[in-house]
Design a protein around this ligand. Structure first.
Ligand code: 5GP
Ligand code: ZN
Length: 124
């Protein structure tokens, strides 16, 4: 059985979908890549623009992050994409689902960047 990804390490032999994308073993439409962060289009978009921003290092959820710099790097990429894609004026939503009740389905930390339609509040 393939070993599970472990928080805080790159999971070369792991079974995490987003680690596979980070490692180039699974295809994705990549919009941004640097040494620590990858951003790619969601395979099942919930809005005209739906991008996932992930740390290259595996964290199972927001709760597993102890270094606040991780958030800084993810948010910096979000801001850059918002600017590059011209999303500021109409607005956009950043979402982090954590755990079963929040609907997290992929246990590798990711920020959803959604735009291109009106979003309801409170969220469903
Ligand atoms: P969550 O529900 O965990 O907050 O979000 C996981 C997201 O990952 C979902 O929006 C889902 O559509 C997306 N996703 C799942 N598998 C893949 C994949 O193989 N490639 C891409 N690009 N997105 C995926
Ligand atoms: Zn992972």
């Amino acid at each position: 059985m393939a070993p599970s990804c472990t928080d805080g390490v790159n999971a070369l032999a792991g079974s995490c979908v987003f680690c596979e994308i980070v490692e180039g073993r699974r295809k994705a439409a990549i919009l941004h890549e640097d040494s620590e962060v990858l951003a790619f289009r969601d395979i099942l978009p919930q809005a005209p623009t739906h991008i996932l921003i992930v740390p290259k290092t595996h964290f199972r959820s927001a709760s597993a992050v102890t270094d606040p710099a991780v958030w800084g790097k993810l948010m910096a990429v979000a801001g850059r994409l918002v600017s590059e894609l011209g999303l500021e004026e109409e607005g956009y939503r950043l979402v982090v689902n954590n755990g079963p009740q929040a609907g997290q389905t992929i246990p590798h930390l990711h920020v959803h960047l959604l735009a291109g339609r009106a979003f309801r509040w409170p969220p469903g």
